[in-house]
Ligand binder design. Sequence first.
Ligand SMILES: O=C(O)CCC(=O)C(=O)O
Ligand SMILES: [Fe+2]
Length: 517
Amino acid sequence: MGSSMKSSSKVPVLDLTSRQDLNPNTSTWRSISREACEALEEYGCFVALYDGVTQELDDSIFAAAEELFDLPTDTKRKNVNEKPYHGYVGQMPVIPLHEGLGIDYVTNKEEAQRFTHLMWPRGNHQFCETAHGFSNSVAELDRLVVRMIFENYGVEKHYDSHEGSKTYLLKFLKYLAPPESISMPAFPQHTDKTFLSILHQNGVNGLEVKSKDGGWISLHLPPKSYVVMAGDISMLPVIDFTSPNLKPGTVEWDSAVFDVSEEAFQLPVEIKKRVVSKRKYRGYVGQIPSLPLFEVMGVDFAENEDKVNEFTHKLWPQGNGSFSEAVMSFAKKVSELDFMTRRMIMECFGVNENYIEKHLNSTKCLVRMMKYQGVEEKEEELGMEAHTDRNMLTILCQNDVKDGLEVRTSDDKQWIKANPSQDSSFIVLGGATLHVLLNGRVLTGVHRVMRMGTNTRFSAGLFSVPKIEDLIYAPEELVDAEHPRLYKPFDFEAYFQFTTEGPERRDVAALGGYCGL
Ligand SMILES: O=C(O)CCC(=O)C(=O)O
Ligand SMILES: [Fe+2]
């Protein structure tokens, strides 16, 4: 579980109390915002001094926690939640000192009441008021910090939609003292799967954060302080490409894209099999024994009306205009983002204009619609195995089931949830072809889909794929003494074929073996 080396660094403490009179557009606001972001970049957290929670609530929240943990285990177990670590956690052999109970959607009064009623069927007004009141006060701190972050990074126009799409979970956490005062982890190292987490504790220290040098920093928290911790979701950069014409997340978009894919997947298996292709990952794929939750429909040449209609016709001989229309408009709209992104990347690396033009016209569109059945159990289940994409660029979006896609960090140590930051977000992934074309300048990220929760997740992706006739090679301007040419020109189709002959062949390492110099 990693080393226990201590670090001498200190996590910054920022004063966010009312004495600072924090108002947007003041210099204090801007400088504290900058400090907050610097701390999040450096340590992934900071300590906030905050007086928005009254002394009374501060006292009563820990009394409430004690009262809650004192309930019989069977009662606590009634708090089930399909999301891991949201319901009751306790009596786990690997973390014997720990117990946790989550109240999901706690800032909503009815939800706080529902939880209270579940634990105390005869009612516990005091508990409910405390949990709800404390959460609302801490949510104010969350909103303050999120506003600071958004403004500091110049994306304030997305603040409202971010806020609108957010819900709050209050977690009560208890850690028993270890026996005979030996020091042992009460909870293993991890990152939070949230955007931000805010932690408050009674007078007993224990939380440690890992610094960039790998050492552990112990947090000694003064009274009225809160640890503001960046979760995985804020680790992925968000880039604003908002265009008035591209409106995912709207009812129209969702119904265009995800309704038709639902309709297609509802067809009987024999019909879906009419579009099975010899080429894996095209046409229909489903009923894979190792991935029972997963099905996909891939429409190749989605920019070409005849090809799309031909595909549609195989599924619906009587025709289905809305399916063809949805596939083509998805391809057209998302291609704009694909072209823009690829152009920006290439311009950034100094690729000449002629090559960029030629390159942009050398791809075709594959639209893939994916379905991942929900799961009953509390456990996570694999929806799509870990892999890298082979094409140029992949752009993904999903229905209202945001959880699922995860990307692995380049040190291979962690999986980060790639949840969209808001309804209108797309996830952009570079494929192996882009990696070759840019002479290794961009990485090809390993990603997978994990399912949890009972709802069915639909995702849709635009895959820009080289046309068969073009050889892929890095232009001269990306090759110099510092960046020797890494790969021979390669034929995408032949490479694709190579990768289908064994799962390990999709690794970037295998790419080196295939066409490395
Ligand atoms: O469904 C998703 O979000 C991921 C799909 C994916 O990685 C793929 O089709 O290559
Ligand atoms: Fe993928």
